[in-house]
Every structure is written in C-alpha cells, then in structure tokens.
Design a protein around this ligand. Structure first.
Ligand SMILES: Nc1nc2c(ncn2[C@@H]2O[C@H](COP(=O)(O)OP(=O)(O)OP(=O)(O)O)[C@@H](O)[C@H]2O)c(=O)[nH]1
Length: 296
C-alpha cells in the first residue's frame, strides 16, 4: 500500500460554479433476488451534485451502497436503505438520489395441456428516487403475448363461407363431405394473422408497499391478456393455444383496455401507465396503444 496521502480530486473545489442534475454510475452488474429467482441486475446509481463549487461526488460510496443488495431479495425497504446511504454519504453535496435496476426475471410456466413446464424471462426495471419531495418507486415489467387480429379473422371467415357456398351449392349437404371439407386447406382457405405482442406495464408503488409486486403484476396481466407466450410446447399444447387464440381475438386497443382495467384492481399501484405493441405480421410497422391512470 502507498504510504503517502492519496490525492483526492473529487474533494477539490471547482471554478465552474454549476450544480449538476445527476452524477453516478451506469451498468453496475449486481446479483440480486427478485420474485424468488436469482437475477443479475444492471444497476444505475447516482445523486444530484447540488454543491455548485464541489468538483465531484464520491463514486465509491454509491458503489458500496448498491452492494447492500447483493444476493438479497429486492424490496422497498432495501431500495430505501440504498437511497438513504447515497444521501447520507453525500451530505452537503446532494439533495436527491436515484437507483435503477434492470434485468430479466426467469419464471417457471406450465404448458397448457401436457405435464411440461419451462422458463420464460420477463424484462423488468425498478426505478427509485428520493429527494426533498419524498420517495418515488416504480416497477416496470414486460409481458409477451399472442394477439390475433379480429378483423383478419372476420375476413377469413367470410372467405370460408364464400368457399363453402361455392363447393356446396345444394341446400342438402352430405355430413361426411362437409366434415372432410372442414379438415382441408381447400375448405378452410384463409387464416387470420396473429402476432407476437408486448405489454410494457409501469406501476408507481402505493405508500406502504413493502414487496415489489412482480408476480402479481405479471400473473394478472397474463390472465387479462389470455394468450401469453408459451414455453414447452407439444402438439396438444399447440392445439390448445390455437383454440385460445381463436377465442381471444384482439386489437391493440382491446389489449390496452383489458390491462387498464386489471391494473386498476392492483392495490399496490398508486398510478400506472402501459403500452402495448402488436408487432404486426400484416405490415412492417407495429400497432400500438397507450393508457395511463393518475400518471403525471
Ligand atoms: N467523481 C468522480 N470520480 C471518478 C470519476 N471517474 C473515476 N472516478 C474515481 O472514483 C474513485 C472513487 O472516488 P471516491 O468515492 O471519492 O473515493 P475515495 O476518495 O477513496 O472515497 P472517500 O474517502 O469515501 O471519499 C476515485 O478514485 C475517482 O477518481 C468521475 O468521473 N467522477
């Protein structure tokens, strides 16, 4: 170890005389636990530099504050403790602190019919801020689902009806001929388009929340959407998925409205906003809907 005193540039004064909104570190790798799973989060942590004459903040103190979270279950008290550490280690320098963690939480999901299951990664982001006005914590998750276009389905049905009228011009039709016809691509001549879709759900946590409602949010959103993306799939599961999609036709507007109603029921949300994106197979662009409640 060096015996001499180490130069401390951050502690020097600056002639710039200019406060800064945010100074910190971005992309710190941190192993944490979320929704009972081990997750490697990417962490951004920082403070405002309100002392206009101070040269710099103390990065190492923020880094060490974030280390509190290593291998711990991420919850509200843990996040508040980190923010508190950031501010108390920057007294007279900083009035606000922020902490953002992002990553992907793996959840085990059962197949629709077969006795299989598999893992699906759900991107998440937790954003927290503490300043003179108090604390704000937001939880964001992304949920993938399948959406089948109701307009395309109706257009396909019309074509099938027309084809039926063409192939069976008589009023009296033979049962077994119709049964064969229904099982052929000459009969069912058109299929609707469906797309892999994404809902991004952002909750502002209500006061008094202790746990981050990751599972509640994902489960309730998947239930509202009805056709979440699957993991392990055998043919029986794929057939069940086809049936579920056929009975669950939706525009992006339908998906956004369903999710809005579902999130309104979550007691952990004091506000939310959501965005759904249907990555259309019809066009090269997406169909998108937004909604929010109490968000400003
Ligand atoms: N403020 C600041 N520090 C930086 C930057 N880039 C690297 N660092 C380094 O971050 C390291 C940690 O800074 P400090 O927290 O002030 O370290 P320290 O002085 O040993 O810790 P304390 O005694 O707690 O202040 C220092 O070696 C800085 O040079 C930067 O852009 N800004």
């Amino acid at each position: 170890m060096n015996e001499q005193p180490l130069p401390d540039i951050a502690a020097q004064a600056t002639h710039h005389d200019l406060p800064l909104d945010w100074v910190g570190m971005a992309g710190i790798a941190l192993p944490i636990r979320l929704a009972d799973a081990a997750v490697t989060a990417s962490v951004d942590i920082g403070v405002s530099l309100d002392d206009a004459g101070a040269r710099g903040i103390h990065m190492s103190r923020l880094y060490l504050a974030a280390q509190r979270l290593v291998h711990q279950s991420l919850n509200v008290p843990a996040v508040l403790q980190v923010l508190d550490d950031c501010l108390s280690s920057h007294q007279a320098l900083s009035d606000s602190a922020t902490l953002t963690l992002r990553g992907e939480v793996p959840l085990k999901r059962p197949a629709l019919v077969s006795p299989l299951n598999g893992w699906k990664g759900y991107p998440f982001e937790v954003r927290a801020r503490q300043d003179g006005r108090g604390v704000n914590i937001e939880l964001q998750v992304e949920v993938g689902y399948s959406s089948t276009c109701p307009c395309s389905a109706a257009l396909a049905r019309q074509l099938i009806q027309q084809r039926f009228a063409w192939d069976f011009p008589d009023q009296q039709v033979d049962y077994s001929s119709v049964l064969d016809w229904l099982g052929s691509t000459q009969g069912i001549i058109a299929t609707p388009h469906s797309q892999r879709s994404t809902a991004t759900l952002q909750l502002r946590l209500a006061p008094g929340c202790v746990d981050l409602p990751v599972l509640e949010l994902i489960d309730s959103a998947e239930q509202a959407l009805g056709t979440p993306l699957q993991t392990a799939v055998k043919r029986a599961d794929e057939q069940a998925f086809a049936l579920a999609n056929g009975q669950n036709l939706m525009f992006c507007e339908d998906a956004a409205r369903r999710l809005h109603r579902t999130l309104r029921q979550l007691p952990q949300a004091s506000a939310f906003r959501l965005k759904v994106v249907h990555a259309e197979s019809l066009h090269a662009h997406d169909a998108v809907a937004h909604s929010c409640w109490n968000w400003n």
